[in-house]
Ligand binder design. Structure first.
Ligand code: TMP
Length: 207
């Protein structure tokens, strides 16, 4: 089926919320319907981004909060220009695992960086491109942490208090932008969650 324009859908949530599994199911579903789509993610979907992701997730010395924000933003700027914008111009559905709201939830709400400043920097990094739909997969922080297992990266290794702030941050963002950001209860089964994902995406695409 030909789409008349591109659609930008982002998946968000704390580490271990199951969003990547859902994104993959969505890709399969859209492929079956022959709807042109791409799956992408942050950080690390471009060549430059791969190097940035390595630093962001595995650098083993202290990182200043602002430096961490700028690294995610640099990854985003490259990603928007090299991957997201071109796909939207080709009228594709872009499914992106994490985007601007991750920086707001993690660096803003959890690390304490100023939200207005991040909003401003996000605008520069995205050149104004905003998601049509953002799905937040909301899960109890303790359950999400258990799912991660023992091998944790730099961000995942933050304590439960940090991850609770991330979760609260997402819920606040959703309250502030209820039109764009929809919250799904991710404590349910994979199938139940995916039913809700299909409903939200179906509504957006008029399926
Ligand atoms: P991933 O595990 O979903 O691939 O994401 C990598 C980590 O980076 C995850 O812990 C969330 C974190 N992150 C931020 O802190 N800020 C951001 O802007 C993005 C995109 C991710």
């Amino acid at each position: 089926m030909e789409l008349k324009r591109g659609y930008f859908i982002t998946f968000e949530g704390a580490d271990g919320c199951g969003k990547t599994t859902q994104a993959k199911l969505l890709v399969e579903w859209l492929n079956k319907k022959q709807l042109n789509n791409i799956f992408t993610f942050e950080p690390g979907a471009t060549d430059l981004g791969k190097s940035l992701r390595q630093i962001l997730l595995h650098y083993d010395k202290p990182v200043a909060n602002a430096a961490e924000s700028f690294l995610y933003l640099a990854d985003r700027a490259q990603h928007v220009q090299g991957v997201i914008k071109p796909a939207l111009l080709e009228n594709k559905i872009v499914i992106c695992d994490r985007f601007v709201d991750s920086t707001l939830a993690y660096q803003g709400f959890a690390r304490g960086e100023d939200i207005e400043k991040i909003n401003f920097l996000n605008k520069i990094a995205t050149s104004g491109i905003a998601p049509d739909l953002t799905i937040v997969f909301d899960i109890e922080s303790e359950i999400a942490q258990e799912r991660l297992g023992k091998e944790k990266d730099r961000l995942e290794s933050e304590g439960i208090t940090f991850h609770k702030k991330v979760r609260e941050g997402y819920l606040k963002l959703a309250q502030g932008e209820p039109q764009r950001i929809k919250v799904i209860n991710a404590n349910n089964s994979i199938e139940e969650i995916f039913e809700q994902v299909k409903k939200l995406v179906g509504e957006l695409l008029n399926l």
